[in-house]
Design a protein around this ligand. Structure first.
Ligand SMILES: [Zn+2]
Length: 568
């Protein structure tokens, strides 16, 4: 359920004119399209109407509504193209960067969603024009025209794009061109967001590791605050429609540009001043920015930077005004303490394309963890009477950072990640429970490396960023919760099963616990690599006993902290 909500939010954030789609769907697509076209022609012929922004937006809404309501109809790409052209017309009047961005967004959508349509190369050409003339992004423009020449050599835009490409080639340095052609650029593949109204997490996904710098700008009269990343030797992926708009959270919009040809700049336009924690994760490489509102309301924390000489190129101005961040920010306001244990997020480890560890008889960790997590949710509801949410309730892939983001967004009181252990030594067996912290223990670091899907060296890198994140982690509560759960697991299972071994509670550097703002633990319920324990993990009886025991551990933890009424 929670996952569907997350997905819905992302879809809603992507649909600027979602409501318009609902209002036109009473008509048929052709009529709706012709109505929008009629309003477009009427706007074109009246210079008086063109003075009012709402008239432009009205036409754009009409066209976008057609594409939203009937995405498979032949008019859909047509309507997006007209929406883009109208937005560009609006830009000629308003000179607002947002309007040029809006045009770019619709043109890019055609290329991504309807690459085989007759209008795809026209949309690329319009995107190139918008980038070159309106946004002064010659590298972006070069790439648009280059794509027409490469991908649409038989199209009607080819003879127009070719001379533009030759002219731009003189201005775009060869390294920017040759990299693009030889494909050695890293690719920014996706931009993702989670928000709970208070905190926002932005994740940039790449196809490989990149070098990047983080910069922040406080707001000015003219312009809101922003954070931007300058990323070396990277290009936006062909599947990425930018700018990306978010209708909730601290980030209003994410857009890309090229301050210099070999650098991709990703700009987060913020709704207000924030504190940011930025770190990177590997396999696959991604940059994660966790944002919380800055103290002191919307007023910029620092005096506005000196104005750069006036120029049409806003990104060039940002470059001149930028200030390096002074290290990491630890000043994160504490959450208001809440009485009681109201909501628990249970995370079934792995899933989808990530099977987790695989036992000697082929049992997959992801199946065991899902079955156990579902049972745990039931027992927690029964034992504590609180709300329990699963990060996944079926066999789907979830990136590690999304799991704590769900818990943070739901303002959960506890986060419990369920796993099964594995070792190259098939004789290894037992139960252990982890919480997030530094670890000097080699075995703990090995378990973390496996669960993180990284090398041991990369776990070392992770420990460096832990230093920053520790400020917000509930270490004491987490270790206490881990101790109660581990104690209950061993005690309860020993009564029903032979050779139950207590491997204890350990700190460890686990990605999946990173960034959680509530007490959080990772339970290794048995060794799937051990033939006896693999059989147990597969059995409903062991799964049920382990789930009961974890719920009992949580109940003891809550009672010790007086989080629930003692008679429950
Ligand atoms: Zn696992």
């Amino acid at each position: 359920m929670s996952l569907r909500l997350v997905a819905l939010n992302i879809i809603l954030a992507g649909c600027l004119f979602f409501c318009a789609a609902a209002s036109v769907s009473a008509l048929d697509p052709e009529t709706a399209y012709q109505q929008a076209k009629g309003r477009y022609l009427s706007l074109q012929s009246s210079s008086k109407k063109q003075l009012y922004r709402e008239n432009w937006l009205d036409v754009i809404e009409g066209f976008v509504g057609v594409a939203q309501a009937w995405p498979r109809h032949r008019r859909a790409p047509d309507a997006l193209y007209m929406a883009g052209k109208t937005a560009r017309g609006l830009y000629q009047v308003s000179h607002l960067r947002d309007d040029a961005d809006m045009a770019l967004r619709y043109f890019n959508r055609i290329v991504i969603e309807y690459p085989k349509d007759n209008l795809a190369d026209d949309a690329l050409f319009q995107a190139g024009e918008t980038l070159q003339k309106d946004l002064k992004d010659i590298v972006g423009a070069y790439r648009s025209f280059a794509r027409i020449v490469r991908d649409y050599p038989g199209g009607d835009m080819f003879p127009l794009a070719k001379p533009r490409l030759s002219a731009l080639a003189k201005k775009v340095p060869s390294e920017a061109r040759s990299m693009q052609q030889s494909g050695t650029d890293a690719i920014l593949q996706n931009i993702r967001q989670w928000s709970d109204g208070e905190r926002t997490r932005i994740v940039l996904d790449f196809n490989r590791e990149v070098d990047y710098e983080t910069h922040a700008l406080s707001g000015t009269d003219r312009d809101g605050p922003k954070i931007f990343f300058d990323i070396q030797k990277t290009a936006p992926g062909a599947e990425l429609a930018t700018p990306v708009l978010f209708d909730q959270g601290l980030v209003e919009r994410v857009r890309v540009g090229h301050p210099v040809p070999t650098t991709l700049r990703v700009v987060l336009d913020l709704r207000r001043s924030v504190h940011q924690r930025v770190f990177s994760l590997k396999e696959p490489f991604r940059i994660v920015a966790d944002l919380t509102p800055a103290a002191g309301g919307d007023a910029p924390a620092d005096p506005a930077p000196p104005q750069a000489p006036s120029s049409n190129d806003e990104l060039a101005q940002i470059l001149e005004q930028h200030t390096e961040l002074p290290g990491v920010t630890l000043n994160i306001p504490e959450k208001n303490p809440r009485k009681g244990l109201k909501r628990i997020v249970v995370d079934a480890g792995h899933g989808g394309k990530d099977p987790g560890a695989i036992g000697p008889r082929g049992t997959r960790e992801k199946d065991v963890t899902l079955a156990m997590a579902k049972k745990l949710a039931r027992h927690l509801r029964a034992a504590l009477g609180c709300e329990v949410i699963l990060t996944r309730d079926r066999d789907i892939y979830l990136p590690l950072e999304e799991r704590t983001a769900i818990a943070n967004r739901l303002n959960a009181d506890l986060f419990i990640s369920v796993h099964a252990n594995a070792s190259r030594n098939r004789k290894a067996y037992g139960i252990e429970t982890y919480y997030l912290n530094f670890s000097k223990n080699k075995a703990a670091v090995e378990v973390a490396a496996r669960e993180n899907n990284t090398s041991l060296e990369e776990v070392g890198d992770l420990e460096l960023i832990l230093l920053d994140l520790m400020a917000n982690a509930k270490i004491n509560e987490s270790s206490r919760l881990a101790a109660e759960v581990q104690g209950a697991l061993v005690g309860k299972l020993k009564r029903k099963f032979s050779r139950v071994r207590n491997l204890g509670v350990r700190p460890g550097p686990f990605y999946v616990l990173l960034g959680a703002t509530m007490p959080s633990i990772l339970v290794e319920t048995a060794f799937i690599s051990n033939p006896t324990e693999e059989k147990r993990l597969k059995s409903a009886a062991y799964q049920d006993q382990a789930a009961r025991a974890i719920a009992e551990g949580v109940r003891r933890y809550a009672r010790a902290l007086d989080l629930i009424a003692s008679n429950r």
